[in-house]
Design a binder for this molecule. Structure first.
Ligand code: ADP
Length: 637
C-alpha cells in the first residue's frame, strides 16, 4: 500500500532557480531572435541608404546626360537660326539638312515667326485624321511638348518643338529604365513624360532633380521599380518568428517535463527519508552487499550490533572486521557459499565479534537484491542479535544441571546424614568397649605400656571420629547459620586437624600465622570450618605437580571491625580470574570438580556479613581470603 506522503520538508523544497530553469532556453531564444531582428533592421537601413545613394547617383547621371543632349540640340537650333534667310518659308525650311535631321531625330516641328509673332514657316504640316491622330507625328509627339527657341535675323524667332517622351527614349539607357520608372514632371508633380506606365510610389524610393536651364519648370524623377519589403517582413525574420514559436512550444514541454521530474524527485526523496526512518527504527540489522561481497549498505541497528561506524564498514570486502579472528576460515567458507546463492533459506547462525571484542551470536537471513531491470546486483541480509537468547538458553541448561546437581547433593546430604546417624552408635559402642577393656586391664593389673598406650590412642581417635561425625551431622541438618562468639584460630586448628593427613600425603608444607590477641568473631564455627576446609583443599589441588608445595594461612585483623583469613599457595594461580567467575556455580577447571565449593563458601561468608576475595599470592600462586565481623559485644572498648 503506498504510504501517504508527509508535507515536503523545507530542505527538500526545490529552489525557485531550479523551478524556473525550463524558461531559460526560451529566454535565450528570445534574446537571440531579437538580436537577429535588430541586426536585420540595421542592415535593412544600411541597404536602403545604399539604394538611395545609388538612386541619387543614377538621377544625376541621367540628368547630366539629358542636359548634354539638350545642349547639343540647342546648338543645332542656334546654328540653324544663323543660316536661315530673312524671307523663309516651309519649303526653304525643309531644304535645310539640319531641319530634316532634327525632325528625324527628335524635333516635332520647326516654326519661324517674325517680330510681330506672325507665322513665317512651320514644318511639318499636320493633317488631322478623323480618328484624332495627325500625320507626321509619332506616338511620342502626342501629349505635352517642350521647345527650344532662339532669335533669328530680322527680329523673329525660331522655335523648335520636341517631345519630352522622345528625349527620354533617346537618352535613358536600358538598364536605367529596367531599374527605375523614369519620368519628367512639372512643378506640381504632373507627368510630362515617362518611360513606362506610372507606378504607385508607396514603398518605393524616388528622387527628382531640376532640368534647368534647358527645361525650366521640369524635373527628372526616378522611382525604383523594386519594392523593398520592410525588414520585419523578410524571410529571415519570418524564420526567426517560427524559431521563437517552436522554442516556446519546446520550453512549455520542458516545463511540464521538469515539473514531473521535480515532483518525482521530491517523492523519491521523501520515500528515501521514510525508508531511512523505518530502517533506523528497526532493531534488526540490515546489511547490503554487491555481487563481490562488498558492503554497500548498513543500517543503524547493524552498526550498533557490530560496534563499527558506517564509514568503517561501507566498501569493506571480506574478511570483515566483525568476523571472529580465530574463525576467519569458517566465515570465508560461509561467505563464498552465500555469494554462490546457497545460503540456507531459513537463515543460519553465526558468531561475530563486536568492535569491543565481545562475541555476538547472530541469526542471518539472506535474500537476493535485484535492480529495476531484474538484474541480480547483490545480497541483502537481515541480522537478528540472538546473543541474549543463546545466553539464556545456556543459563537455562546450566540451571537444569544445577537443579540436578542440587537434587544429587540433597540426596547425598540425606545419605551422609543417615550415615552419620548410623555411625554414631557403633562409634559409641566402640568407645564403650574400649573403655571397658581399659577398665578390665586395670582391674587385672596389666601394666603393659604398649597395650595401654595403644588403647588410649584408640580412645582419642574414636572421640575424634565421633566429633567429626557430629560436625557433619550438624552441618547437614542445619540450614541457616547460627552465629556465636568464637575464636577464629581455634576453628582454623580444627579444620587443619581434619586435613593434616591429606596434606602430609601430598608433602605440602602447611604454615599458619596468627596475630596475637585476636578478637572473637561472630560466626557459625561449623560453617566457617567448612569454608576453611574448602579453601585449603582447593589450594592443595592447585599444588599438584609443584616441586615445593606450600600453603600459608594467615589470620589477622582487617580494620577495627573485621578479622581476615588469607589462604596463600604457590600453585598454578588463578589465571586472571576474579572471585565473580570463580564463585559462579559449576565453574570448575578440574576433571572431577563440581564447581560448587567457592559458590557455597561465598554464600556462607556473605551470610555472616563478610566478603570472599580472590587475588594473587605473594608466594606466586593464588590467595583466597575472607573476612568475618568482630563480636563487638566481647571486644573491650
Ligand atoms: P571445584 O573445586 O569443584 O572445581 P570450586 O568452586 O571450589 O570448585 O573451585 C572452582 C575453581 O576455582 C576450581 O576449579 C579452580 O579452577 C579454581 N580455584 C579455586 N581455588 C584455587 C587455587 N587456590 N588455585 C588455583 N585455582 C583455584
Amino acid at each position: 500500500m503506498p504510504l501517504p506522503l508527509p508535507a515536503q520538508p523545507t530542505a527538500l523544497r526545490t529552489s525557485a532557480w531550479r523551478r524556473g530553469l525550463w524558461a531559460w532556453p526560451f529566454v535565450l531564444a528570445l534574446i537571440f531572435s531579437s538580436t537577429v531582428g535588430r541586426w536585420l533592421q540595421w542592415s535593412d537601413e544600411q541597404e536602403r541608404e545604399e539604394d538611395r545613394r545609388t538612386l541619387i547617383a543614377d538621377v544625376l547621371t541621367l540628368e547630366s546626360r539629358m542636359s548634354e543632349w539638350l545642349a547639343r540640340e540647342d546648338n543645332e537650333v542656334k546654328l540653324l537660326a544663323s543660316v536661315l534667310p530673312r524671307q523663309v518659308n516651309d519649303a526653304l525650311l525643309l531644304r535645310e539638312r539640319t531641319v530634316v535631321e532634327g525632325l528625324r531625330r527628335l524635333w516635332v516641328s520647326v516654326t519661324v515667326i517674325d517680330s510681330g509673332n506672325r507665322l513665317l514657316a512651320h514644318v511639318p504640316q499636320q493633317t488631322q485624321h478623323p480618328d484624332g491622330s495627325s500625320t507626321g507625328a509619332s506616338s511620342d509627339d502626342r501629349g505635352l511638348s517642350a521647345h527650344l527657341s532662339t532669335p533669328v535675323r530680322g527680329g523673329g524667332r525660331l522655335i523648335v518643338r520636341f517631345a519630352p517622351a522622345s528625349l527620354l527614349r533617346l537618352t535613358v539607357p536600358w538598364w536605367i529604365s529596367r531599374k527605375y520608372d523614369v519620368r519628367l514632371v512639372d512643378d506640381y508633380g504632373q507627368r510630362i513624360a515617362a518611360t513606362g506606365d506610372a507606378l504607385p510610389t508607396a514603398g518605393r524610393q524616388s528622387y527628382r532633380v531640376s532640368m534647368d536651364p534647358h527645361m525650366p519648370d521640369a524635373f527628372l524623377e526616378l522611382t525604383a521599380r523594386d519594392v523593398r519589403p520592410p525588414w520585419w517582413r523578410t524571410l529571415p525574420m519570418g524564420l526567426m518568428v517560427v524559431f521563437v514559436i517552436l522554442s516556446a512550444a519546446a520550453s512549455w514541454t520542458l516545463r511540464r517535463q521538469m515539473r514531473e521530474v521535480v515532483s518525482a524527485e521530491a517523492r523519491w526523496r521523501t520515500e528515501a527519508a521514510w525508508r531511512r526512518a523505518i530502517e533506523d527504527s528497526l532493531t534488526v540489522g540490515l546489511r547490503g552487499r554487491d555481487v563481490h561481497g562488498r558492503l554497500v549498505h548498513v543500517n543503524r541497528a547493524f552498526c550498533s550490533l557490530v560496534g563499527f561506524t558506517p564509514e568503517q564498514l561501507l566498501g569493506q570486502l571480506p574478511p570483515m572486521p566483525y568476523w571472529l579472528p580465530d574463525a576467519v576460515e569458517d566465515s570465508m567458507q560461509r561467505h563464498l557459499r552465500n555469494m554462490a546463492g546457497n545460503a540456507p533459506r531459513d537463515g543460519y547462525e553465526a558468531r561475530w565479534q563486536h568492535a569491543n571484542g565481545a562475541p555476538i551470536d547472530v541469526m542471518i537471513f539472506e535474500s537476493p537484491l535485484v535492480d529495476a531491470h531484474g538484474a541480480h546486483m547483490g545480497w541483502m541480509g537481515s541480522i537478528v542479535d540472538i546473543t541474549e537468547r543463546k545466553r539464556s538458553q545456556e543459563r537455562e541448561a546450566r540451571q537444569l544441571e544445577a537443579l540436578a546437581n542440587q537434587a544429587r547433593l540433597t540426596t547425598l546430604g540425606e545419605v551422609a546424614s543417615a550415615l552419620a546417624h548410623q555411625l554414631n552408635q557403633p562409634l559409641a559402642a566402640i568407645a564403650a568397649y574400649n573403655a571397658g577393656v581399659l577398665r578390665s586391664l586395670e582391674s587385672l593389673q596389666v601394666q603393659s605400656p604398649l597395650v595401654l598406650d595403644a588403647l588410649g590412642r584408640e580412645s582419642e581417635q574414636i572421640a575424634e571420629a565421633g566429633r567429626i561425625v557430629q560436625r557433619i551431622r550438624s552441618f547437614l541438618t542445619r540450614r541457616a547459620p547460627q552465629p556465636e562468639p568464637c575464636q577464629l584460630t581455634e576453628i582454623v586448628q580444627l579444620a587443619l586437624s581434619l586435613l593434616r593427613r591429606d596434606l602430609a600425603r601430598q608433602s605440602i608444607l602447611m604454615q599458619t600465622h596468627a596475630t596475637d590477641k585476636l578478637p572473637l568473631v561472630l560466626a557459625d564455627p561449623v560453617l566457617v570450618e567448612q569454608v576453611l576446609i574448602n579453601l585449603v583443599r582447593n589450594a592443595a589441588d592447585a599444588l599438584t605437580g609443584v616441586v615445593e608445595p606450600r600453603i600459608e594461612l594467615v589470620v589477622g585483623r582487617a580494620g577495627p571491625h573485621f578479622v581476615r583469613v588469607d589462604v596463600n599457595d604457590n600453585g598454578c594461580g588463578l589465571g586472571g580470574r576474579g572471585i565473580q567467575e570463580l564463585a559462579t556455580p559449576f565453574h570448575s577447571t578440574k576433571q572431577d570438580g563440581m564447581g560448587m565449593g567457592l559458590s557455597i563458601c561465598r554464600s556462607i561468608i556473605e551470610a555472616h556479613h563478610g566478603a570472599l576475595e580472590a587475588g594473587q599470592s605473594t608466594l606466586g600462586g593464588a590467595c583466597l581470603s575472607f573476612t568475618l565481623p568482630v563480636d563487638l559485644t566481647q571486644e573491650p572498648p
